[in-house]
Design a protein around this ligand. Structure first.
Ligand SMILES: C[S@@+](CC[C@H](N)C(=O)[O-])C[C@H]1O[C@@H](n2cnc3c(N)ncnc32)[C@H](O)[C@@H]1O
Length: 262
């Protein structure tokens, strides 16, 4: 089991699809243009959302190795036309060997990077560096959260939420909102060319279910990180605004593409 339920992943998938940076996706396709059949490794694949989004855009025969520690989530991923899949249940925090990085054309992940630590990221980059694989890492939260209308406690609660994001999520101390920038820096240092772009969620008043689930996640994490704030009161006020149909929220994300100059 993981902390990520199938319901949560299904709820967020439409917002993720809207948010992804189209220009980076086009560049992934262009950089892979001369490779007739692609081998893709998807890290922390969940129920296969990254596959569902990217496989049709790559538009050629491809094979995806979906690596995920939660077997139940992985069972929900289905093959798409032009894409064969191999599901692999694996705790990536323990071991990166035997997941096909050496043969990969593309190593990808979505909504994973904030969970990992700097040493883990360095190990991943060191494993990818001798290969010809591109790295495409989508939807990494970058710490920007803007609820509208605002509440006087937003800043304090969200600061506690961000502290919680830096706790150990199984990979060592998590990078949280520093993940995207750390990845860019480490990849550049390893000789990669890197292009990064914003891929923010912009949730409208009509997306109450996703807003409420997001709010609950932030409130639970903040309450774990501090007992000095009335997090439940904050959540209640925000929930009332969502239910009244007046709430909007922007969640900052970054997408990243890295490749080795040939
Ligand atoms: C936010 S979800 C994203 C899932 C999917 N990539 C998507 O975009 O819907 C993060 C995923 O990483 C997986 N994960 C977390 N820690 C992991 C680990 N140590 N090994 C393998 N998978 C892990 C979780 O089980 C979860 O499916």
């Amino acid at each position: 089991m993981s902390d990520f339920t199938a319901d949560w992943l299904a709820l967020r998938e439409p917002a993720d699809r809207r948010a992804r940076h189209a220009g980076l996706c086009r560049q992934v396709r262009a950089l892979l243009d001369r490779r007739p059949r692609l081998k893709v490794v998807d890290l922390g694949a969940g129920s296969g959302a990254n596959l569902r989004f990217l496989a049709p855009l790559l538009a050629r025969p491809q094979h995806w190795l979906l690596v995920e520690r939660d077997a139940a989530l992985l069972a929900l991923a289905e093959a798409l036309p032009r894409a064969g899949i191999t599901p692999l249940v694996r705790d990536l925090a323990r071991d990166l060997s035997g997941i096909g990085l050496e043969q990969a054309d593309l190593v990808t992940a979505s909504a994973l990077l904030d969970l990992v630590s700097t040493p883990w990221l360095e190990t991943l980059i060191a494993a990818c560096r001798p290969t010809r694989a591109l790295l495409h890492v989508a939807l990494t939260v970058d710490g920007r959260v803007a609820w509208s209308p605002t509440d006087p406690e937003d800043e304090a609660v969200l600061a506690a939420f961000r502290r919680h994001q830096r706790g150990d999520k199984g990979f060592g101390p998590a990078l949280g909102s520093e993940a995207a920038q750390t990845a860019e820096r480490l990849l550049q240092r390893a000789g990669y060319q890197v292009r990064a772009a914003r891929s923010d969620w912009q949730l409208g008043a009509d997306e109450a279910a996703l807003q409420e689930a997001l709010l609950a996640g932030q409130a639970d994490a903040a309450a774990e990180a501090t007992s000095d704030l009335d997090v439940a009161g904050w959540q209640e006020r925000r929930r009332a605004i969502i239910e009244a149909g007046d709430s909007r929220v922007r969640i900052g994300h970054r997408d990243l593409l890295a490749w080795r100059p040939s």
